[in-house]
Design a protein around this ligand. Structure first.
Ligand code: MTE
Ligand code: MO
Length: 456
């Protein structure tokens, strides 16, 4: 019996449950009594649904054994009814792949973000149930029949202010597009140090979905908005957090900003803004207003609490950076990543995600030696605009210390900076907009950890 969540490709659930490489080898070697003891103190999440048994017997001794020679119960009996359950769920053996609240953050503030488990995901689509959830005051399940969206504006800017039902919006011509949403605070802890152990907690505030909705510009036209006069738009949510933000009209005129009701082929999930959310491709997560209830047209930025008090960064000269909406080009290796363990020398697939708020990803380079040599990774196409892009590159681990990094370039030619380059400009007091290169150290014992190198 083994716990695959501790092997490469899966991740331990929380830092306090980490096993060392030596412990995992003992488990792999079949020391079941040890395993029982090791899991005795593990969290309920880890053992829930038999997840601790997932991928059992992947040892050399277990290969080609009874698993192939004997007929298992599932080959000799009747399976379950096809409509049970009516809404399908992942295998119980994948119960470790869940959103998590960072133990570090939970200790210092109320836990109001659940991070996506990037370490165990493939491709570019975030399953809706794993999309990170950042809700300033918890999430709501809003009855769509009781939800309205109002479009109005300052004097002279809208000929026919309107109130829309969800049904009104669903009768209009929709578009479906792949876009990432990244919280401005993603990777925030890395400004100062490397206390965050896993990619789920360093980068798990980015997710990517196919969003379906109506371009906001169509609604503004429908209301007879004076498109030349409007320079800024305020978007406001219906939740208790009263989330609101200024969106520049230039982004809306491009047709990219959507009033979305669909996410990955079904209605947007309640956690992600059901029944209507704004999708502002390339902009900070906070601009993507959930539970969208009001759009107000104006001529000046609105100076809302979420752009004046919050989402500003303190610079070394004592001034604040403000209205920094665009998420710059960024990438991260998701596997191998912090907390995972390489059990043997040999061939691995190094994989990760790259994205840019300014367009498409053009190229990703990967280094295995802390940035001395770089190798171009393979991008999995199609590469979408303002979307996650998956990269892969084969790597043979020789059992020695290695420093894994990825560096993305977007179609504007912008190159993802190192943390030291970013600190030279921004200092260490920032919270938001850390798009620097992440380094994972593969130690000689196979354990992977979060590090920052002095030179990069
Ligand atoms: N109405 C409302 N919209 C909101 C928020 C919120 O708390 N309420 N959180 C914002 C923040 S800070 C982020 S990062 C994104 C997160 O979107 P998600 O929860 O769908 O991942 O939603 C934004 N929109
Ligand atoms: Mo956010």
């Amino acid at each position: 019996m083994s716990d695959y969540s501790n092997k490469l490709g899966r991740l331990r659930p929380a830092p306090e449950n980490f096993l060392s490489a030596e412990q995992i080898r003992q488990v792999q070697g079949g020391r079941r009594d040890f395993l029982r003891r090791a899991f005795a103190g593990a969290s309920a999440a880890m053992v829930a649904g038999g997840a601790a048994n997932a991928y059992a017997d992947e040892t050399p001794a277990g290969k080609g054994s009874k698993w192939i020679l004997e007929k298992p119960v599932w080959g000799t009996t009747l399976g379950r009814p096809v409509n049970e359950p009516p809404y399908g769920m992942p295998s119980k053996y994948e119960a470790n792949l869940v959103r998590r609240i960072s133990p570090g953050l939970a200790a210092v503030t109320e836990a109001n973000v659940a991070f996506a488990p990037l370490q165990g995901m493939f491709g570019i689509v975030t399953p809706s149930g794993l999309h990170f959830n950042r809700s300033h005051q918890g999430w709501y399940e809003i009855n769509p029949a009781e939800h309205r969206l109002m479009i109005m504006g300052q004097k002279g800017l809208v000929a026919n202010p309107k109130v829309y039902t969800v049904g009104d919006i669903m009768r209009m011509q929709p578009v479906s597009r792949m876009h990432f949403i990244e919280c401005g605070a993603n990777s925030a802890m890395e400004w100062g140090n490397v206390s965050v152990p896993t990619v789920q907690y360093t980068h798990g505030m980015v997710s990517c979905s196919e969003w379906t909705g109506v371009p906001l510009i169509k609604l503004l036209e429908d209301c007879g908005a004076n498109l030349k006069g409007v320079r800024f738009v305020m978007a406001e949510g219906a939740d208790g957090a009263h989330e609101n933000r200024t969106i520049p009209m230039s982004l809306i005129l491009s047709g990219e900003v959507l009033v979305a009701y669909g996410q990955n082929g079904e209605m947007v999930r309640p956690e992600n803004g059901y029944p209507l959310r704004l999708v502002v491709p390339g902009c900070e997560g906070v601009s993507n207003i959930k539970y969208l209830r009001r759009i107000k047209l104006g001529t000046e930025p609105f100076g809302t609490k979420d752009e004046v008090l919050n989402y500003v960064d303190l610079m070394p000269d004592g001034k604040f950076r403000q209205y920094t909406s665009i998420m710059e080009c960024k990438s991260v290796i998701t596997s191998p990543s912090g907390g995972q363990v390489l059990l043997d020398k040999g061939l691995y697939n190094v994989t990760g995600i790259a994205w840019s708020g300014r367009g498409r990803i053009k190229r990703v380079d990967v280094s295995f030696d802390g940035g001395v040599n770089w190798h171009e990774a393979r991008l999995d196409g199609p590469v979408h605009n303002k979307s996650l892009t998956r990269f892969n590159i084969p790597w043979t681990w020789n059992g020695q210390n290695a420093f894994l990094m990825s560096r993305a370039v977007d179609e504007t030619g912008y190159v993802q900076p190192t943390i030291q380059q970013l600190r030279k400009v921004r200092g260490t007091l920032s919270i938001y907009h850390n798009n620097s290169i992440q380094t994972w150290q593969v130690q000689e014992n196979g354990e992977v950890r979060n590090v920052q190198l002095a030179h990069s």
